[in-house]
Design a binder for this molecule. Structure first.
Ligand SMILES: [Ca+2]
Ligand SMILES: [Ca+2]
Ligand SMILES: [Ca+2]
Length: 151
C-alpha cells in the first residue's frame, strides 16, 4: 500500500496536482480517503501527527519522484504543463524551473497556515484542511469550471 500511495502522492505532495479535483459524484469521500492515505504515508514515525521534518521528507520524496531527468529541478514538462499562474507562484526566482527550495517554501507556508492550533505539527484534521487548501489554490489557479475540489 505504501509504494502505491507514494506514487499517487508524488505530485500532490508538492501541492502541484490534486486528486481533489476529480469531478465525480463521490469526490468528497475520495478526497478524504486520499488525504488519510497521504497522511499515513507522510507520518514516518506513526505518531499520528506530521511534524516539519516529516513534511520535508514527504516533499522530498514527491520532488524526486517527479524529477524525471534527475537535475534536481522541476521543469514545466515534469510538472505536466501546469497552469501558468500556479507555476509562476512556485517559481519564485522566475528562472523557469522549480527548485526543491522553492517547492519546500510553498509547502512550509501552507503548513504554517494550516497548523491552526500552532502546536508545530499537523493532525489528521489539519492535514485534510491542508489538502483542501492545496486544492482550492489549484482550482483558483486553473480555468473556471475546469476543476473543482472534492470537499
Ligand atoms: Ca509523525
Ligand atoms: Ca528535472
Ligand atoms: Ca525557480
Amino acid at each position: 500500500m505504501r509504494a502505491m500511495t507514494a506514487t499517487l502522492c508524488a505530485a500532490a505532495a508538492l501541492g502541484l496536482v490534486s486528486v481533489w479535483t476529480v469531478p465525480v459524484a463521490n469526490a468528497a469521500s475520495l478526497a478524504e480517503i486520499y488525504s488519510r492515505l497521504a497522511f499515513e504515508a507522510a507520518d514516518g514515525n506513526g505518531d499520528q501527527v506530521i511534524d516539519e521534518a516529516e513534511l520535508v521528507a514527504d516533499t522530498a520524496a514527491g520532488f524526486v519522484a517527479l524529477d524525471d531527468n534527475g537535475d534536481r529541478r522541476l521543469d514545466r514538462r515534469e510538472l505536466a504543463e501546469p497552469d501558468p499562474a500556479l507555476f509562476a507562484r512556485l517559481d519564485r526566482n522566475r528562472d523557469g524551473s522549480v527548485s526543491f527550495a522553492e517547492a519546500l517554501a510553498n509547502k512550509v507556508e501552507m503548513f504554517e497556515h494550516v497548523d491552526s492550533n500552532d502546536d508545530g505539527v499537523l493532525s489528521i484534521d489539519e492535514a485534510i484542511a491542508f489538502d483542501r487548501q492545496a486544492c482550492v489554490k489549484l482550482a483558483s489557479a486553473a480555468k473556471p469550471a475546469a476543476t473543482r475540489c472534492g470537499y
